[in-house]
Design a protein around this ligand. Structure first.
Ligand code: TA6
Length: 279
């Protein structure tokens, strides 16, 4: 088992952040004076063959098993690749980092490409993935920034902003729907849904007495996931009793919202996290 390169820690007066070269994987964003906002499993495996469990895995160039249903590895190879830190910019209230991945795994994706991932740690957090087609023919891709948010107790949490949105339910292992969301989203069992919405989503967490608002850019889908009891038990890198402490709210473009890029063109998808109090 090949060990990972040590992560980079980024600090400024308003926040701390941690990113691994492996997958350009953000594993920590802690605003000064706050609880960490991203969740990491205590069973996380730090090796080159495994995606880190928690933080923000970058799912690219496909989501899940892809539109063909047989693509491997699950959620694409970007989160398993070794990215290169190419720039860091520090200021009084934020620190920014840019990572680069160029033409990794041509056996898995035959088109030349350049991925740039820009992350900003401050009182707010932002992440943006830019895909550039550096080849001579068009290609399409799915993408998701698979964000694991830390919550006090997912059974007490509600998500606002998705009322009336259509969603596909993936709990059965395939997509069922569309269904229409009635009111706030609450978690009362395994939850694995692709919401077709561009709205801001706010995670209201009365246990930690905070709200986390996810504002997305160029993202037509939001994936909401909690494994609940049984699915958590099936994952060796996810503690059996950890599921109440997290919820994924993922910034995505999947399935019919896959992005097609002509040669020389680029597309940027991203999100910002903003903390608030629970009114
Ligand atoms: O985004 C939700 C999901 O697709 C779930 O179905 C579950 O498989 C989760 O991602 C975790 O996937 P991973 O490959 O990281 O174990």
């Amino acid at each position: 088992m090949v060990q990972l390169l040590p992560p980079r820690t980024f600090t400024c007066p308003t926040a701390r952040g941690v990113i691994y070269h492996h997958g350009a994987h953000v594993t920590d964003w802690t605003p000064t004076g706050q609880e960490p906002v991203l969740w990491m499993s205590e069973k996380v495996r730090f090796d080159t063959e495994t995606a880190l469990r928690g933080g923000i895995p970058i799912c690219w160039p496909w989501f899940g098993a892809g539109r063909d249903g047989v693509s491997s590895p699950l959620h694409g190879f970007a989160r398993l690749a070794e990215w290169r830190l190419v720039d860091t910019v520090e200021s009084a209230d934020q620190v920014k980092a840019s990572y680069l991945l160029v033409d990794a795994r041509p056996d898995k994706f035959a088109h030349p490409y350049r991925l740039t991932y820009e992350v900003s740690f401050g009182r707010d957090f932002s992440a943006a993935l830019t895909v550039r087609n550096t080849g001579s023919s068009r290609f399409s891709f799915e993408a998701a920034l698979h964000t694991y948010l830390k919550v006090g107790d997912v059974r007490q949490v509600r998500l606002t902003g998705l009322d009336g949105a259509d969603y596909l339910d993936r709990v059965a292992g395939h997509e069922v729907g569309p269904h229409t969301q009635q009111g706030d989203v609450t978690v009362t069992g395994e939850t694995d849904r692709i919401y077709q919405s561009t709205n801001d989503i706010t995670v209201v967490d009365p246990t930690l007495n905070r709200s986390i608002t996810v504002s997305r850019m160029n993202s037509n889908d939001a994936v909401v996931w909690n494994p609940w009891i049984d699915k958590a038990r099936t994952m060796s890198d996810f503690g059996d009793d950890e599921w109440p402490g997290m919820i994924c709210v993922e910034t995505a473009n999947v399935a019919e919202h896959a992005v097609t890029l002509l040669p020389g063109k680029e597309h940027t998808m991203g999100f910002t996290l903003t903390l608030g109090s629970v009114a």
